[in-house]
Write a protein that binds this ligand. Structure first.
Ligand code: NAD
Length: 239
């Protein structure tokens, strides 16, 4: 039985990913600052952990490694705050970088140290199409996602062939939280910009992680898998 650790597994993409791996027969440990709303089905456990706290993440991963094995680590937890560059505060920007970028770096570093002494493993993360092009009002967020793509390339070069590394860049994903924020008009507006004509479901992003973690992706490392319904395939204008 493989053990998969997912950060941000209490909601949205992370929750769908936890459920996807558990359904397929893997043991899953979710690291999240928030409790899961529902008791997840299957061999799933939750550890309260802030991914910005490297020591806490290192301790949590060491426990998983000691008690089971550490096969796949998915750095998915992320936050975003809408603010123009003129209004950006230092505190808010530092928190976005601490959670999204340094949170991924710390989690991957801790996992790689443990995996390097055993049978190796797979490091995955959630980047974003926002890391590949400009998107107004999310400068700090976009920079963290571009950074995750750079981490993916660098970790792969340093850790191959023992450890594989990849990230998924979702386009617009319809999570419950996003659905609550959208008016019908906003939802239709975003859908109109996407060649597929709709948002992704969290399950469609989880499916990409499931593939990347599988032996079928054994020759894939150092790469970003874009799952965006064609949104970034051509020249489009983000609002
Ligand atoms: P979400 O808010 O539904 O879930 C994020 C989860 O991360 C929550 O359970 C939250 O409690 C947890 N979390 C937040 N800060 C944390 C911290 N410091 N330590 C541990 N856990 C923490 O969001 P989501 O839409 O599912 O986003 C998941 C990832 O996908 C994020 O990295 C986000 O940037 C990325 N993403 C989302 C979209 C989208 O359209 N929803 C698109 C591209 C990328």
């Amino acid at each position: 039985m493989r053990t998969i650790v997912v950060s941000g597994g209490s909601s949205g993409i992370g929750l769908a990913t936890v459920e996807r791996f558990a359904r397929a027969g893997d043991r899953v440990v979710s690291l999240d600052v928030a409790e899961p709303r529902d008791e997840p089905a299957g061999p799933v456990s939750w550890v309260r952990c802030d991914v910005a706290d490297w020591q806490a993440v290192e301790d949590a991963l060491a426990r998983v490694h000691r008690d089971h094995s550490l096969d796949v680590v998915i750095a998915n937890a992320g936050i975003s705050v809408r603010h123009g560059v003129l209004d950006l505060t230092e505190e808010a920007a530092r928190r976005v970088v601490d959670v999204n970028l340094l949170g991924t770096l710390g989690m991957w570093r801790a996992a790689a140290r443990l995996m390097a002494t055993g049978d190796g493993g797979v490091l995955l993360a959630t980047a974003s199409v926002n890391g590949r092009r400009g998107y107004p009002y999310y400068a700090d967020y976009n920079a963290t996602k571009a950074g995750i793509i750079a981490l993916t390339q660098t970790f792969a070069l340093e850790l191959s062939p023992r450890i594989r590394v990849a990230c998924v860049s979702p386009g617009a994903v319809l999570t419950p939280m996003q659905l609550a924020e959208y008016t019908d008009e906003m939802l239709a507006g975003v859908n109109a910009r996407i060649p597929a004509g709709r948002h992704a479901s969290p399950e469609e992003i989880a499916a990409a992680f499931h593939y990347l973690a599988s032996p079928e992706a054994a020759f894939l490392t150092g790469q970003e898998l874009v799952v965006d319904g064609g949104e970034t395939a051509g020249a489009t204008t983000a609002e």
